[in-house]
Design a protein around this ligand. Structure first.
Ligand SMILES: Cc1cc2nc3c(=O)[nH]c(=O)nc-3n(C[C@H](O)[C@H](O)[C@H](O)COP(=O)(O)OP(=O)(O)OC[C@H]3O[C@@H](n4cnc5c(N)ncnc54)[C@H](O)[C@@H]3O)c2cc1C
Length: 185
């Protein structure tokens, strides 16, 4: 038996067959990077970037692999329209894989990058998907560093919300002056 012969997990089979939202999907621009639960590449989108290889039995309705702020706004609008919750993934290092929520629209920020260092004020803007390693590589030529996680692949999004134990412990959280929230308005 090859892996292609294996049936989908019972939970996935049950939810795709019975979910009316997958039968009449809302119209979206063809370029919108959404992967619905009945797609062949869904499983990779669901957990491919989760660090812990003990995969959760939770199945979002769809995954939006956002590359722009517009995609994030559109994903939140879509979740409103479908009466779903939204979940977010930055670096995927939550051990419990909290980004993976049943029937949610999962916004995966793994391909959304923004980095700007203001030379005058020294204030850094960075997207939640940027990891400690990425940020510090870009800051090094400017003689600066960010006290991200000791594991360099932890991303800023989860680190600032649920981590914060960085080089020179806890300095990281204290230096944050602003975060941006995206909603459907
Ligand atoms: C191997 C490993 C090493 C680690 N080392 C350290 C360390 O040295 N120091 C430390 O402090 N922690 C460490 N951690 C813990 C880590 O900081 C937390 O698990 C952190 O939450 C991971 O962030 P992430 O963005 O990579 O993970 P994710 O799984 O993407 O996100 C973690 C949580 O934050 C939420 N979230 C992420 N981005 C957003 C967003 N933009 N908006 C709203 N919610 C969001 C997710 O939904 C999820 O609930 C480590 C974890 C692992 C697995």
């Amino acid at each position: 038996m090859t892996c292609l012969d294996q049936p989908p997990t019972p939970s996935l089979a049950r939810t795709t067959a019975s979910d009316p939202r997958l039968l009449s999907k809302p119209e979206l621009p063809p370029s919108f990077p959404i992967i619905w639960r009945d797609s062949l590449i869904y499983e990779h989108a669901r957990v491919g970037r989760v660090f812990n290889h003990r995969r959760p039995s939770r199945y979002p309705l769809a995954v939006v692999e956002a590359t722009t702020e517009g995609h994030i706004v559109e994903a939140v609008r879509l979740a409103n329209q479908l009466s779903c919750r939204v979940s977010v993934r930055s670096g995927g290092h939550s051990w419990a894989a909290w980004s993976v929520r049943d029937d949610a629209i999962l916004i995966d920020l793994g391909k959304f990058f923004h980095f700007h260092l203001d030379g005058e004020t020294g204030v850094l803007e960075a997207s939640p998907s940027m990891t400690g390693r990425m940020v510090n590589r870009l800051l090094e030529p400017h003689g600066r560093m960010f006290p991200g996680g000791h594991c360099p692949d932890v991303a800023l999004g989860g680190f600032l919300l649920q981590g914060g134990m960085g080089w020179n412990c806890r300095v990281g959280i204290h230096d944050i002056c602003n975060t941006q929230r995206r909603d459907s308005n």
